[in-house]
Every structure is written in structure tokens, then in C-alpha cells.
Design a protein around this ligand. Structure first.
Ligand SMILES: Cc1cc2nc3c(=O)[nH]c(=O)nc-3n(C[C@H](O)[C@H](O)[C@H](O)COP(=O)(O)OP(=O)(O)OC[C@H]3O[C@@H](n4cnc5c(N)ncnc54)[C@H](O)[C@@H]3O)c2cc1C
Length: 402
């Protein structure tokens, strides 16, 4: 997207520009192919800028474009058709990420952008004197020169490219599964691979009581080491060791008065099954048997023993705030984003230019910006990439930024 924006601006302004994408991999866009389970959730119809990390910076960048539908307009111009799924998620109509890569590559090729694959940049050396080019030190020992550089190396690799004088925040994986604390491992191991639809919140010790940090709802999957699923991925952006995940297994209309619901359920079941209704019977038809076993085990209840009225509030608590203590990220390889990277503080959001290094532009996940699942991270990559590419050519033209 950066190369296309640069090419478009060069063509519009008549500035001759020789644009090359240096890619360490053997093809460009491989990371796009892996997105959205191979379908590429490339944007969202209802981006809420407040959900980004470093939201003020992101908001200024979006404002700089002056067109809230910039990403969609760009893809429309590239010839992509798409459709909207739940929560505003946008996917290519063809339902394949490769189609997104195809339209980008075709547009770049038409603009004369060169793809230099298997060319890894080891370091970017800014010019020592005005009017001199940047030097890209390639890992094969070759030096490449450039009047302007857009660094769009993603999060995973951002720490391996040396750029003198740019503040860099340490990297940590986010948007992934969470590992639970040792005491909860036997419990989740029993539930491995089970999916539940639930609401889940992340709570933190706030002194007197736990305070909710973030809430999500959706499908949660238990894993041997913890929990996964998009709702957990989103919570992982805020989670710290010692935080508590509180899972609500009941639907909203019941959860608000869960102990009242359980008391009424007890009365109703005892009409059918007799005076004694066991805990197992109380949860039959509500939860999968293995989940109900886990809930009862956590509460110290025997599945076969009789449910008594006085058990209602404790059982209600377990069904609406089933607690799992967070240890940390479950599997960093599954994480979709690396938090950290080049600090936005050092970058002008209107141009993406590094303040201390004229001619160097940064974009995408290389910057310390991340958002929730749902197309936010690619939306940021396209937007910041386009601003960076366009600004790079505007700088070269000497006419100043538009
Ligand atoms: C499994 C998975 C699924 C995801 N699904 C979605 C989704 O559906 N929607 C969404 O919005 N986001 C999704 N994301 C996040 C999204 O893919 C990234 O945030 C986005 O791709 C970042 O774009 P980028 O251009 O900044 O970096 P990248 O896409 O990581 O691209 C960086 C490129 O630079 C190359 N490179 C790196 N270092 C060098 C170097 N030194 N020299 C030369 N080349 C280099 C890399 O090989 C890579 O091709 C997903 C991520 C993962 C891992």
C-alpha cells in the first residue's frame, strides 16, 4: 500500500520515482495470506479509533487523510469487491486473502514498483550530510541507496533493523491465547478443545475488590494451558499476570439475577424429578457435561449431591463469574501482533516521518500501535502505509507535504 501510494503520488505530481519493495521473504505479502484464517479480514466497517493503542496518534493519522473511508476507497480503486460479516468485519468477496495480495501487486506493478524479494535490510543508515541518500545495509553485504525510506517491516522483525536514534519500545506478543496460573491448569486441561459462548471480563486487583479492565463476548475455547478465541485474544491486549478472567456462561437475561433463576429452576426441576435435585441435574441442559463438572469442582460441589436453596448464590457466582487466574500469553506463536516497536512519539502522524530523521517514514506494526481483532491491524497498516508512501514522494518533490 505504501509503494502504491508513493507511485500514485509520483504519477500525479510528475516526480520521477524509482520505487523498490525490499522483502526478506521469497514473495511479498505472505503475512497478508495468513490473516483472517486465510480469508483476510482486511478492514472494519465501523472502526472505533479509541480501541487502538496510542489512539491519539492513530486518530491524528486518520484525520490527516481527511477521508474516513480512505481504506475502502483505495481498495475499490484497486478493484477489490468485499462483503461485511458480523461486527463490521470486511472480507474479500472471493473469501481468499490471496485476492487482496493480487490486487495490491497488480497495482504496484502497473506503477512500475520493483519487488526485490529475498533481500533483507539489516540496517538503515540516515545520510550524514544534507542532499545525500540513505544507505540500506542489506544482509547479503550489498549497500542500497534511497532518497526516502518507508520502514514497513511489521512487528516481528522490527527489532532486527537498526535505525540510529529512533526510540524503540520493547516487543511483546498480544492478540493471542492466555495461559492460566498453575492452580487452574488441571481444570482447563480437562476442558481442552471445548468451546463455550460466553461473556468474559478481565479483572484486576483494585485493593478492596477486583476491577473490570475490559469485557468481551463471543466464543471461548479451552486449551490445555488456558483459554483461546477472539474474545480472549482481545483481552490479551490488556492482561497482566495475576489478573482474573471471569467467565459468564449464562445469557444476559438470566445472568442479572442468576441466583433467582437457579432458585426458580430448582423449584421447577423438583416438580419433575422429586424433592431432591442434584447439582448435576441443575446444570444439565445449561452447560456441556464436562463444563458443568469443572464448575462444580471449582465450587467444591459434588455432582451427585443435593442442591439446596442456600447453594444458589455460590453456584450463581460460579456460573456468572467463573474465575481463572491469568499467568500470561499462552502461545506467542499464535499471537497476531507484536506490541511495541518504534515509538509514535518520535513520528509525525500527518506524514509518518520520523521527526529526528527526515526522509525516513514508518508504517504499520513496526510502530507501537495495535488494535483488537476485526480488521483493525490491517486497517492501520494500509492507512499508515499510504500516508508514509505519499509523504515520501512529497518530500522528494521538494514541494512540501500536502
Ligand atoms: C495469524 C495472523 C492472522 C491475522 N489476521 C488479521 C486479520 O484478519 N485482520 C487484521 O487486521 N490483522 C490481522 N493480523 C495482523 C496483521 O497481519 C498485521 O498487523 C499486519 O500484517 C501488519 O502489517 P505490516 O505491513 O506492518 O507488517 P507485515 O504484514 O508483518 O509485513 C512486513 C513485511 O516486511 C518484511 N520484512 C521484515 N523485516 C524485513 C527486513 N529486514 N528486510 C526486508 N523485509 C523485511 C516481512 O517479511 C513482511 O513481508 C493477523 C496476524 C497474524 C499473525
Amino acid at each position: 500500500m505504501a509503494a502504491i501510494a508513493a507511485g500514485d503520488r509520483a504519477r500525479e505530481s510528475g516526480v520521477p520515482a524509482d520505487i523498490t519493495v525490499f522483502e526478506r521473504d521469497d514473495r511479498v505479502g505472505r503475512s497478508i495470506l495468513a490473516t483472517g484464517n486465510g480469508r483476510c479480514n482486511f478492514s472494519n466497517a465501523a472502526i472505533d479509533v479509541e480501541r487502538y493503542r496510542n489512539a491519539r496518534f492513530v486518530s491524528s493519522a486518520f484525520d490527516a487523510l481527511g477521508n474516513p473511508s480512505f481504506v475502502l476507497d483505495s481498495f475499490e480503486g484497486l478493484g477489490l469487491l468485499w462483503r461485511e460479516e458480523s461486527d463490521g468485519r470486511l472480507y474479500p468477496l472471493a473469501n481468499k486473502a490471496s485476492v487482496v495480495v493480487d490486487v495490491l501487486r497488480a497495482a504496484a506493478a502497473e506503477l512500475g514498483v520493483r519487488e526485490a524479494c529475498e533481500r533483507e535490510v539489516a540496517a538503515v543508515d540516515p545520510p550524514r550530510e544534507a542532499e545525500k541518500p540513505f544507505t540500506l545495509r542489506m544482509s547479503d553485504g550489498v549497500f542500497e541507496r534511497a532518497d526516502a525510506v518507508v520502514l514497513a517491516c511489521g512487528g516481528r522483525w522490527s527489532s532486527s533493523i537498526g535505525v540510529e536514534g529512533l526510540p524503540f519500545e520493547p516487543l511483546s506478543p498480544v492478540l493471542g491465547p492466555l495461559r492460566v496460573a498453575k492452580q487452574d491448569i488441571p481444570l482447563v486441561r480437562e476442558l481442552d478443545n471445548i468451546r463455550v459462548r460466553c461473556a468474559v471480563d478481565l479483572a484486576r486487583d483494585g485493593g478492596a475488590a477486583l476491577q473490570t479492565i475490559a469485557s468481551e463476548r463471543g466464543e471461548l475455547m479451552f486449551r490445555k494451558y488456558g483459554v483461546s478465541g477472539i474474545c480472549v485474544f482481545n483481552l490479551s491486549r490488556f492482561a497482566r499476570r495475576g489478573d482474573v478472567l471471569r467467565i459468564c456462561f449464562l445469557p444476559d437475561e438470566v445472568a442479572g439475577n442468576a441466583s433467582g433463576y437457579l432458585a426458580a429452576r430448582h423449584r421447577s426441576l423438583s416438580r419433575r424429578f422429586g424433592e431432591t435435585v442434584t447439582f448435576e441435574q441443575m446444570l444439565r441442559g445449561v452447560l456441556l457435561p464436562r463444563v458443568s463438572e469443572a464448575v462444580l469442582k471449582k465450587g467444591g460441589f459434588q455432582p451427585g449431591s443435593a442442591f439446596r436453596k442456600r447453594d444458589a448464590s455460590r453456584l450463581a457466582e460460579l456460573l456468572t463469574r467463573f474465575p481463572l487466574v491469568v499467568e500470561g500469553i499462552g502461545d506467542s506463536d499464535i499471537c497476531q501482533v507484536r506490541r511495541g516497536g518504534f515509538s509514535p512519539d518520535a513520528v509525525d502522524p500527518a506524514t509518518m516521518q520520523a521527526r529526528a530523521c527526515p526522509g525516513l517514514f514508518l508504517a504499520g506494526e513496526a510502530l507501537d500501535v495495535d488494535g483488537p481483532c476485526g480488521g483493525y491491524n490491517l486497517h492501520w497498516a494500509w492507512t499508515s502505509g499510504a500516508i508514509a508512501g505519499r509523504s515520501a514522494v512529497e518530500l522528494m518533490s521538494g514541494a512540501g507535504f500536502e
